[in-house]
Design a protein around this ligand. Structure first.
Ligand code: SF4
Length: 456
């Protein structure tokens, strides 16, 4: 059973008399378990909906829904599927104590994988889940493979019950389900020959495995450093060599690279990033794969829309994590040329998770506050939009408005800098255009990728 959170006015849902708190019980006599049932079972032009109003009254609606007409119903956030694994590198376990409870939830939910691109391990699927993934054609899914050797994978996941991933992916692939996959690289465990085996096995599955990314494990100050470590530069280089060999083969045989190193892997290897064209449609950019090049393409595309008038001669501070710090000067060079503004990169250390966490999306509000509080010389500060959730709250519970109230300059949330500069004269927080996964965070899911430490 699922519950209505809101109903948009002048929609079919409002006309039916659905109101917040209404329990949506069944469609065409099929019980509704979650938003997937709701969306798929109400996709027809005619259906019978059984619901219970907050008053307790039960109603059966015979709904006629002309094609494309939205129901206008927003559901309460789904109950998140909990993870059955216990990875040594789990970023959730690497949280400091004392955070809000939602940040300690380890999700492993194929529904969120389909909807928002969250990575899931598929280790907690019940027969019922298998059936509905196929029935609803939940494709593509984003899957944390890590290793195809069952023993190594079970070790990495700390889950002796984890099913064999290759046969699982093959089973789905034969039924029309495709995947983007990732390998979180744990040195000494799934690198070297294991990485080659994993990529060989995934490549052999053919078309259903759309892409695979290799991502260096990310640890916080509070992670289990006695059990897992981050890869050294030479280990990252070796992994990139393996990635490159598979990408070259795939380019020849399939016409696209298929296998990608995460930006962090290149940064840690001190090797240059591939050009933007390498990444095709940037399918795994939210996993930190091609994210820098994607940003550059967005800025380049925005050049024509940007107007120098409001920004000429202004000083603009750009807040980011230490990973992007060295790369941002070349990224914002285009912006500086068009806007005639002066940009200053503020690459902040993560005061909450420790200096090993370098992504901008996990910066705490306190670090931003400390960096900007004494900077009245800045005319504007751009803060990464992915660092706050949809309630505009940073990881450390500092609200964006509270932060802005303590700063001497206007502040804007930004996904790609250009978005925040296109409209002049605005000093308030901007929230539009946050990425597609941000709505997951509203429901309290920690913004963490399985083992990678990046926003989910
Ligand atoms: S890293 Fe992902 S799969 Fe592993 S324990 Fe954490 S949430 Fe679960």
């Amino acid at each position: 059973m699922i519950r209505v959170q809101a109903v948009a006015p002048d929609t079919l849902g409002a006309a039916l008399g659905l109101i917040p708190g209404t329990q949506l019980v069944a469609v065409n006599d099929r019980d509704l378990e979650d938003f997937l049932d709701w969306e798929f079972l109400t996709a027809d032009e005619r259906f019978v909906l059984r619901a219970q109003l907050p008053s307790g009254e039960e109603i059966e609606y015979d709904v006629e829904r002309p094609e494309g007409l939205p129901l206008g119903v927003t559901l309460e956030p789904p109950r998140i599927r909990r993870c059955a694994n216990h990875c040594d590198f789990c970023f959730v376990d690497g949280n400091p104590v004392g955070l809000r409870q939602a940040l300690y939830i380890r999700d492993d939910d194929y529904r969120l994988s389909f909807r928002y691109g969250n990575f899931a391990t598929l280790t907690n699927l019940k027969p019922w889940d298998l059936r509905r993934i196929v029935e609803y054609r939940l494709s593509p899914l984003y899957v944390s493979v890590h290793a195809t050797d069952p023993v190594v994978r079970r070790w990495l996941l700390r889950n002796p019950e984890a099913p064999e991933i290759v046969s699982q992916l093959r089973w789905f692939g034969e039924r029309g389900i495709a995947f983007h996959s990732q390998v979180v690289l744990v040195p000494g465990v799934n690198d070297g020959p294991q990485l080659k085996r994993t990529l060989t096995d995934l490549y052999a599955l053919g078309g259903p495995v759309l892409s695979v990314s290799v991502v260096p494990v990310a640890l916080t100050e509070f992670s289990k450093h006695n059990l897992v470590r981050q890869p050294a530069r030479e280990e990252c280089r070796a992994a990139l060599a393996t990635v490159g060999a598979f990408a070259t083969r795939s380019l020849t045989e399939r016409g696209h690279p298929w296998c990608f190193g995460a930006d962090d892997l290149y940064l840690q290897a001190a090797e240059p990033l591939p050009p933007a064209e390498w990444y095709g449609d940037f399918e795994q950019r939210e996993n930190g794969v091609g994210a820098v090049r994607y940003l550059q393409t967005r800025i380049a595309a925005a050049r024509e829309r940007l107007d120098a008038t409001p920004w000429r001669g202004k000083r603009i501070g750009v807040v980011t994590g230490t990973a992007m710090g060295p790369l941002l000067p070349q990224v914002v060079a285009d912006l500086a040329e068009v806007t005639e503004a002066e940009f200053e990169i503020l690459a902040l250390e993560n005061t909450m998770f420790g200096s090993s966490v370098t992504t901008a999306g996990l910066l705490p509000g306190a670090a931003v506050l400390a960096a900007l509080r004494e900077r009245p010389d800045l005319d504007l500060a751009l803060v990464p939009a992915e660092a706050v959730n949809d309630d505009l709250v940073f990881m450390d519970d500092l609200g964006a408005h509270d932060l802005a109230a303590q700063l001497p300059m206007p502040v804007r949330l930004s996904n790609d800098f250009a978005d925040a500069l296109e409209e002049s004269g605005r000093a308030e927080w901007r929230t539009g255009g946050k990425n597609r996964r941000s709505s997951v965070r509203r429901s309290g899911v920690p913004p963490v990728r399985c083992g990678g430490g990046r926003v989910k």
